[in-house]
Each structure stands twice: as structure tokens, then as C-alpha cells.
Ligand binder design. Structure first.
Ligand SMILES: [Zn+2]
Length: 275
């Protein structure tokens, strides 16, 4: 999708207030920091080691159904043209990195030679969070395609879907599973060194996350669209929806764009919240 199509969606908003999921509400109430825009490259160079502290942010261990959306989150452009994008919390990265290292040492308790380094664990944590949030972005894009379909537009598709998610936790869980599936699907894009450790990220998603999030292995190319939309899905647009989901869920979406690529999609802004 192009940015101009997105603008038309935002401008067509009929109600001023966009529904917010309880997790986001809980989250946004817990922080006062002003998020700062950050590039992908700068985010990769940042070192968040030891930013996590239980006393400052006890919610991580008690995230309940919110899962990793307390560690990083996505703000939709349907809600506002300003401030939409992926929000990464320094302590969230550190928390995931620490869990990854814990799981690694459990797996390798005999050998000490192949242990994941703190830097590699952090690299993996950042990518796990970015790819999960890109799954939420691509979900919003799928609804945007439905909304802008010239022959059969589904008005307010995303707004209705978010409202439905608020009252039906199964819908929420389905989307979270799709987002974690996106991490699994994109693992080959990790640096070679981190690819060796995907198994640990998988363990993290299976063992440290609530229902929905942990069901990512039940998601397949043939069923994911149904998990993030409401029936009936127009048959003829299904391939276009899948194409757009694929484009917009890639890691490339948070990296700088070339002119040619800007014609097909637009960059997803990243914001950093320091705790
Ligand atoms: Zn999520």
C-alpha cells in the first residue's frame, strides 16, 4: 500500500476516538517517558544491557494476557497519523535478552563453549520484538486493503476488528499467534550468527508467553488471513491481501527505503522508550 492510500483512511475516520486494547491502556499508564524516534541501525548499535529492573517495571513478570506487548508495541496509523509505528522499550529488549540467555544456559548446561553472548542475545531480542510488531503492522495493512478495495470497500474494517478484539479474546490471541509466526517465518533474515539461536527464541515464545502468543506453530500460510480478519473474506482479494501482508511484515519495512521501494510501500517508524 502507498502512503496516499493510508492518508485517505486516516482522513475518512468517522469517530474521533479509536478503541485501545486493555494491554495498551495498562501499558501507556505505566510509563511517563517520551518516546524518541530511532533508526534501525541506531537501534542495533544501542546496548540495553541491565536496563531491566524489577523495581522500576514489575509488569514484565506479570504481563498476563498482554504477553510481549508490554515489552514493545505497535501504534496504528488508523488511530493517528502522528506517532504511529513500533515502540521499543529498552528494558523490554533487556528482559527478552536475559530470558534468551537463561534458556540458552539451560539448554547448554554441560557445555560452556557455545553460550550465546549478551550482544547476540540482544540482537535476537530486538529482532524478535521488531518482527512481532511488524506482524501487527501487516495486520493493519490487510484491513486497509479491505477498506480501500475499489469494487467492494469494507468500511472501517480495522476499527471494527479492533473493537471486536476488545470483547473477544480469541481474536486477540489469534493475532498474537500470527505475529509470533512472523518471527519464525523471518528467522532466515537474522545474521548468520543469530540463526543458530533461533531455537532459543522459539523456546522463549513457547515458554514465556501466554495463550495465543505461544500458538504460533499452528499458524500456516493457508490459515493466517482468517486469524486476523473477520469473515467472510472476499475470495478475489485474498491473494492481494497475502501479498500485502508479506511485503509489510518484512524486516525491510523498518530499514531505510530506496526511491523504488517507496513506490510499493512506506517505512515503519521506530520509537525508543528509555526507562
Ligand atoms: Zn503482539
Amino acid at each position: 500500500m502507498k502512503w496516499t492510500e493510508i492518508i485517505s483512511i486516516i482522513e475518512a475516520r468517522s469517530q474521533p476516538k479509536f478503541p485501545i486494547l486493555p494491554c495498551y491502556q495498562q501499558f501507556s499508564d505505566g510509563f511517563n517517558q517520551t518516546p524518541q524516534p530511532i533508526t534501525y541501525d541506531k537501534l542495533m548499535k544501542e546496548n540495553f544491557e541491565n536496563t531491566f529492573s524489577r523495581t522500576r517495571f514489575p509488569l514484565f513478570e506479570d504481563a498476563g494476557q498482554c504477553g510481549i506487548d508490554l515489552l514493545a508495541y505497535y501504534r496504528s496509523f488508523h488511530r493517528s497519523q502522528h506517532g504511529w509505528g513500533i515502540y521499543i522499550i529498552d528494558a523490554g529488549v533487556d528482559f527478552v535478552a536475559k530470558k534468551i540467555m537463561e534458556l540458552d544456559s539451560k539448554d547448554n548446561n554441560v557445555s560452556t563453549t557455545n553460550k550465546i553472548s549478551p550482544l547476540d542475545a540482544e540482537y535476537l531480542a530486538k529482532h524478535k520484538l521488531l518482527l512481532h510488531e511488524l506482524g501487527h503492522h501487516a495486520t493493519e495493512i490487510v484491513h486497509s486493503v479491505l477498506e480501500t478495495d475499489s469494487s467492494n470497500p469494507r468500511l472501517n474494517s480495522y476499527r471494527k476488528y479492533i473493537a471486536a478484539k476488545n470483547s473477544n479474546f480469541q481474536l486477540h490471541d489469534n493475532e498474537e499467534a500470527v505475529c509470533n509466526w512472523n518471527v519464525k517465518k523471518k528467522k532466515r533474515h537474522f545474521k548468520i550468527r543469530a540463526q543458530n539461536y533461533y531455537g532459543i527464541a522459539r523456546n522463549f515464545m513457547l515458554n514465556y508467553q501466554p495463550d495465543g502468543y505461544k500458538h504460533f506453530e499452528k499458524i500456516e500460510p493457508r490459515n493466517y488471513l482468517k486469524k486476523i480478519t473477520m469473515p467472510p473474506l472476499p475470495q478475489k482479494t485474498e491473494s492481494d491481501l497475502k501479498k500485502q501482508f508479506t511485503i509489510h511484515s518484512r524486516l525491510n519495512m523498518v530499514k531505510p527505503f530506496t526511491k523504488k521501494r517507496e513506490e510499493k510501500a512506506f517505512q515503519v517508524p521506530i520509537y525508543l522508550i528509555r526507562t
